[in-house]
Design a protein around this ligand. Structure first.
Ligand code: 6PG
Length: 476
């Protein structure tokens, strides 16, 4: 065969990835379970580059040059396993299967191990940027072996988004590392969107402003430190008018946020690894709360008046407070996400370079933002940084935002606007910075009811008090 790489699964993402590859001069084999998608790709875009279409899997594999590289772009879970099963007998030693779907990293680890036993490479690859990114340049997060990356790297780096001459693609680490990092990316995406949504809610209430007016605020914010894809499209969505009713678009959308599950996976993994990613967790739970329509209706009936309506006296100062609170909370969410990456990397021995992750998120992906440059700089300056919050640039941002942050959370609490992400980020910050935490009392309670023992601030070892007896302390 002559094709340098193949794509099976020609939904929107697969189709656009294949077109991106062809446009960059790579002869690309294409295949889909039902051939009509393959035919329409060729009919509509066949002139964009060299496509080699096949209707059967054996023909598709035969059309590839060796070692073969096959991208799978089908639904995560069972469908991915089914395609892998179909491919195994058709492939030879050193061939590479690349899964570009949103797979769970544990599945990727399992598949990599199975395929390695067959002499095949399995490259679980995170791809971010939606349909448009896949076509015009996504952020690409490949895991898998160094050998596989030696072949795929140049191809992926050329089709990825480019920022300041650097590709938004790098080898993340072995087996599931790429999908793990993509999962955390999505978790941060959830937190980022929740924070933006809370800022919008606060502004709308506090300023009594229309979505159209707020679109302007976000447009302005997008010219400063907060510049990012999500802030940019927030202005776009808030500025939209519904054609049917003439109302602001955001007012005709049902207020129940859905999810496909990557945010939930992130929180589950963080619980396993013991990383407090509170912002991502609150964002995920806020989506689930929004979906509990019956509970919301019941509570609304009883407590509709439990909040108050209060527009703020100084509008400009309020907008600035919310902007600062948003930025500080966002720093917390990213600090937590990067901690999560570090914990995963240590647990699974991936050796992930966090600065490199910030670098490949600067373009192409959903969370692309100006401040990722600052994150990259922070990890370049100190690869062992204990928390992003203490890097000089971010420490300064946070210091300058504390008063605004507290004012905004105070206002939200008084008026009754739910700000789980703003509030939990502030609580996380206070939790880290406090001299003593009431965790000491919790240890005392655990020892009291369950003899779970405690450690002392002034001596080595574990201790227990005879709570029911003479209340003396003994070493445990
Ligand atoms: C991306 C996105 C994408 C994700 C959607 C939907 O990086 O391009 O993260 O992979 O599937 O954002 O996610 P939810 O349906 O879970 O919100």
């Amino acid at each position: 065969g002559s094709a340098q790489i193949g794509v099976t699964g020609l939904g929107v993402m697969g189709r656009n990835l294949a077109r991106n590859l062809a446009r960059h001069g790579y002869p690309v084999a294409v295949h889909n379970r039902s051939a009509d998608r393959t035919r329409s790709l060729i009919a509509e875009h066949g002139d964009e580059g060299e496509f080699v279409p096949s209707e059967s899997m054996p023909d598709f594999v035969a059309s590839l040059s060796r070692p073969r590289a096959v991208i799978i772009m089908v639904k995560a879970g069972g469908p991915t396993d089914a395609v892998i099963e179909e491919l195994i007998p058709l492939l030879d030693t050193d061939d590479i299967i690349i899964d570009c779907g949103n797979a769970h990293f544990a599945d990727t680890r399992r598949r990599e191990e199975t395929l390695r036993a067959h002499g095949l490479h399995f490259v679980g690859t995170g791809v971010s940027g939606g349909e448009e990114g896949a076509l015009l340049g996504p952020s690409i997060m490949p895991g898998g072996s160094v050998e596989a990356y030696a072949k795929l790297g140049p191809i992926f780096e050329s089709i990825a988004a480019q920022v300041d001459g650097a590709p938004c693609c790098t080898h993340v680490g072995p087996d599931g590392a790429g999908h793990f990092v993509k999962m955390v990316h999505n978790g941060i995406e959830y937190a980022d969107m929740q924070l933006i949504a809370e800022a919008y809610d606060l502004l709308r209430e506090g300023l009594d402003a229309s979505p159209g007016e707020l679109a302007e605020v976000f447009r302005t914010w997008n010219e400063g430190d907060l510049e990012s894809f999500l802030i940019e499209i927030t202005a776009d969505v808030l500025g939209q008018t519904d054609a049917r009713t003439g109302k602001p678009f955001v007012d005709i959308v049902l207020d129940q946020a859905e999810q496909k599950g990557t945010g939930r996976w992130t929180v589950q993994s963080a619980l396993d690894l013991g990383v407090p990613i509170t912002g991502i967790a609150e964002a995920t739970f806020a989506r689930s709360l929004s979906g509990h329509a019956d509970q919301r209706a019941a509570a609304r009936e009883l407590f509709a008046d439990a909040g108050s309506k209060a527009s703020v006296p100084d509008r400009d100062a309020f907008v600035d407070d919310v902007r600062k609170a948003l930025y500080a909370s966002k720093v917390v969410a990213y600090a937590q996400g990067f901690d999560h990456i570090q914990a995963g990397s240590e647990e699974f021995g991936w050796g992930i370079d966090r600065g490199a992750m910030a670098t490949i998120w600067r373009g192409g992906c959903i969370i692309r933002a100006r401040f990722l440059d600052r994150i990259r700089e922070a990890y370049d300056a100190d690869p062992q940084l204990p928390s992003l919050l203490v890097a000089p640039y971010f420490a300064k941002i946070v210091s300058e935002s504390i008063e605004s942050w507290r004012r905004v959370v105070r206002y939200a609490t008084e008026v009754g606007i739910p700000t789980p992400a703003f509030s939990s980020s502030l609580a996380y910050f206070d939790g880290l910075r406090r001299g003593r935490l009431p965790a000491a009392l919790i240890q005392g309670l655990r020892d009291n009811f369950g003899a779970h023992t405690y450690q002392r601030v002034d001596a080595e070892g574990s201790f227990h008090v005879q709570w029911a007896g003479d209340r003396t302390e003994s070493p445990a």
